[in-house]
Design a protein around this ligand. Structure first.
Ligand code: HEM
Length: 439
């Protein structure tokens, strides 16, 4: 995309999967798509494609309308600032127990232990987010299939025969397991032990004349939407911090200070506090999350024009015809030196005190991300736990430090957020932290 926009300007056309897309790469153009003042754009084609590619659903048109018209309002309400305390305690409780059991394994070994970074982050979040949403009957053992589908998303979307077989099988197993979970957990008009959000969604799915595999596929689509971006953003945030000793030291200092001043130095108190008691804390870490999103997010939204219209961009008005597909290249303004000096450089304090200057990582307008508070919370909490409990280093498969030599991400595999070129390629070497001298 970067090369295309350097060559053809900030608005150009590409063919993807046999379809022509107008790609918009500048802040003004993206803003006018997100705001959509003339109500000219619909979001449905993107959701249909996601439901087909990720969930493998057959009745994609039904599922698309359910997602946009019925499920998003439920998510908006459930994950609003007021709703967060229904989900945060269960998430916090599970996450801290997962990382504590990792600490027990690290403690058993005098030289510390190495874990594949993506799997450690992915597995911890998969368990704690699905447990908060779906309760203890969720089939947590499906994580490996989830990781396969998420990593090979490009193959799922492109459906190249033979190459896609492994990932399609993983998706079938997952959808089957989720359809089965719904049947097992549905008791007396609700999902046993699950959040009200999940029960509401499943109740609608069950009333929608979908077969069990489409119910499972639709649920997997939603579950992927809750998990994929937070996992990948946490992964890059950990990689960027551990690749930069100064940044890591400042984050650690903030975590120690905030814990000492507000939670009596006890991480368990932070994890037991209500959401509104913690969301204003750790501003440097929050800025680092925004900075990671600025660098790591590629493209965020696809729209279809349902009338002829015009788009205001930085290079003038662009005519859009009815039926045209538009893709927003968020990375354009995020990596533009006119908006951010040294855009390639990770600066954790870039957004300190400046909430969201041209930051479009969560989209904007009517379709602004409805899970943004939850997403930032889960990323922050996992990073805080890791920095509080461990001394960490990023290493390769042989245990050699890779600080200053990060393997480059693979843009061809990347959808929505950058993906590593192979998995696992970065390992986390963790030792139990000596906290004696921290106060
Ligand atoms: C770091 C993590 C995340 C990022 C970067 C992210 C990014 C985005 C972006 C860019 C959009 C706008 C898409 C568009 O305009 O078409 C969006 C929409 C949305 N996001 Fe997120 N998201 C994240 C996490 C989450 C989570 C955890 C949830 C739910 C639990 C969630 C739920 C939604 C929903 C429901 C929408 C659709 C809003 C609408 O169309 O009305 N997101 N997200």
């Amino acid at each position: 995309m970067k090369r295309c926009s350097e060559r053809y300007g900030s608005t150009f056309q590409i063919i993807l999967g046999g379809k022509a897309f107008t790609v918009v790469c500048d802040a003004k153009g993206l803003d006018s798509i997100f705001r959509d003042k003339n109500r000219a754009f619909t979001i449905h084609p993107a959701h249909r494609r996601i439901a087909q590619a990720i969930g493998g659903v057959k009745q994609a048109d039904i599922v698309v309308h359910l997602i946009s018209d019925r499920f998003f309002p439920i998510v908006t309400r459930s994950l609003s600032r007021e709703g967060m305390d229904r989900y945060v305690p269960a998430f916090n409780e599970d996450l801290i127990s997962i990382v504590e059991s990792m600490a027990d394994r690290v403690r058993d070994s005098s030289n510390g232990r190495s874990f594949p970074l993506m799997t450690f982050i992915g597995k911890s979040m998969y368990h704690s987010i699905t447990k908060a949403a779906y309760g203890s009957l969720y089939p947590f053992e499906t994580y490996d299939d989830f990781e396969t589908c998420d990593y090979d998303l490009v193959l799922l979307i492109s459906r190249i025969p033979f190459l896609s077989r492994r990932v399609i099988q993983a998706r079938q197993r997952l959808s089957h397991a989720l359809g089965d979970y719904v049947e097992r957990a549905w008791l007396d008009g609700q999902l046993k032990d699950a959040s009200p959000m999940a029960s509401e969604v499943v109740s609608i799915l069950r009333d929608s004349n979908l077969d069990q595999s489409d119910v499972g596929g639709a649920l997997f689509t939603l579950t992927w939407g809750m998990l994929s971006n937070p996992i990948r953003i946490t992964y890059w945030l950990m990689v960027f911090l551990l690749n930069d000793a100064d940044a890591a030291a400042k984050i650690r200092e903030e975590i120690d200070r905030e814990l000492r001043d507000n939670f009596e130095g006890d991480i368990k108190r932070l994890f037991a506090a209500p959401y509104t008691g913690v969301d204003e804390h750790f501003p440097l870490l929050e800025s680092a999350v925004n900075e990671t999103m600025r660098i790591g997010i590629l493209q965020s939204a696809i729209r279809e024009a349902h009338v002829d219209t015009e788009l205001a961009t930085e290079s003038g008005m662009v005519r859009i015809r009815k039926g045209e597909l538009i893709m927003t290249n968020i990375s354009g303004p995020h990596m533009d030196a006119a908006n951010y000096s040294d855009p390639e450089v990770f600066r954790p304090d870039r957004f300190l005190g400046e909430k969201g200057r041209s930051h479009m990582g969560f989209g904007g307008g009517r379709h602004l991300c409805k899970g943004k508070l939850f997403a930032v919370h889960v990323v922050k909490m996992l990073v805080i736990l890791c920095f509080d409990m461990f001394d960490m280093q990023i290493v390769d498969a042989l245990g050699k430090s890779i600080v200053g030599e990060l393997p480059p991400p693979d843009p061809r595999r990347s959808v929505s957020v950058l993906r590593p070129s192979s998995q696992p390629e970065i390992f986390l070497h963790a030792k139990i932290r000596d906290k004696k001298g921290r106060s």
